[in-house]
Design a protein around this ligand. Sequence first.
Ligand SMILES: Nc1nc2c(c(=O)[nH]1)N[C@H]1C(S)=C(S)[C@@H](COP(=O)(O)O)O[C@H]1N2
Ligand SMILES: [Mo]
Length: 406
Amino acid sequence: MNRRDFAKKATLSTFATLIGAEIVFGSRLMEGYSPLALQNPDPFKMFNKHKDMIVLNDKPWNMEAQAHLLDDKITPNSCMFIRNNGLVPKDNDANKWTLTFDGESVINKKTYSLADLKTKFQQHTYQITLECGGNGRSEFNPPAKGNQWTVGAVHCASWTGVRLRDVLKDVGIKKSAVYIGYHATDLHLSMDPNKEPISRGCPIWKALEDEALLAFKMNGDDIPLIHGYPLRLIIGGWPASVSGKWVNRISVRNKIHDGPKMTGDAYRVPCEPVAPGEKVKDEDMCIIESMPVKSIITYPKSGAILKEGKALNIRGHAWAGDLGVAKMEYSIDFGATWKSCHIEKPSNRFAWQHFKASVNLPKKGYYEIWARATDSKGTSQPMLLPGWNPKGYLNNACHRIAVKIN
Ligand SMILES: Nc1nc2c(c(=O)[nH]1)N[C@H]1C(S)=C(S)[C@@H](COP(=O)(O)O)O[C@H]1N2
Ligand SMILES: [Mo]
């Protein structure tokens, strides 16, 4: 049986039911999505994305990676997922760009040009894992509305900029400061200029961390427009929605920021666990903070067909929000037994950690390889979907790939 036949058969039988056809050999486009040939403009060309990226929505643009596209230690632009809540801003002239600090808890409102930021403050570079809070949403049942992310709404790029802390110090903030909220130039889907598509933030202690950046470079170059050119907030460990793109204003608040997508079901989960499908009162919802421990197998590609008698070298990455990853394991028997992987130290806090293992698959046949990370507090990934929540956030269930030994 050649690879194609195997793929077809597999999609119809085992792979499809066990892992989900979408992940293994799924079509690149969601059901009901118009064929690419009819698309104008072509998002793959427009955003310089790899042909294996998956388009989830075009208004606004949302695209995700597949696991095998995330094999690089530092994710290249071509394989970085895109998540937009509104329309990509058009007027992004870096020479005219300004960043204003305002809010109840600034001593005086202050505005910087991009050149001010670049020349007045020391520059720092960090690798930061950014995962969408809704990564893995497609598995929830009852289903959650929103982009049906599978595993690919995560990336770890290298970001260069100035520390938000250094700039906040220069601005001068009052003792009353508890939270920051970003504002950006993307347009609300309604095209109403008075509405913001998203304006989120984090507690002031988080904004003052070394790795909290106002970034103007990604992987050594100007940030691509779709990822926030010319200025982006980078906050590691928390849902990527905190890392505002196209940022032109930061409000220093004396209360929890209350911009769009800070309230209701957005980026919030039940404070106490609920049954699948249960209605949750607004006051019983809590803002997502640190993301949970998670990992992804990036090599081999799920569906690989391998020769018998050769060890299989698997690899991938693991991350754990504000924590580190202390242990990485794999299983080839559906979690009955686990063996350890080699896991590297992160290049800096909030960077994903690379793992590898040499796997012996004892005989011919179909295997699933499962990966499980454990964070520095001893909490592991669940093998099955964790707690249901109305918007389908925080699915950190173990990733698994299917391989066949011939
Ligand atoms: N201004 C602005 N910033 C934003 C968003 C947005 O829609 N507008 N989306 C957020 C969300 S929900 C995510 S997951 C990340 C995605 O970043 P990326 O598109 O660079 O991968 O950006 C965040 N920052
Ligand atoms: Mo997101």
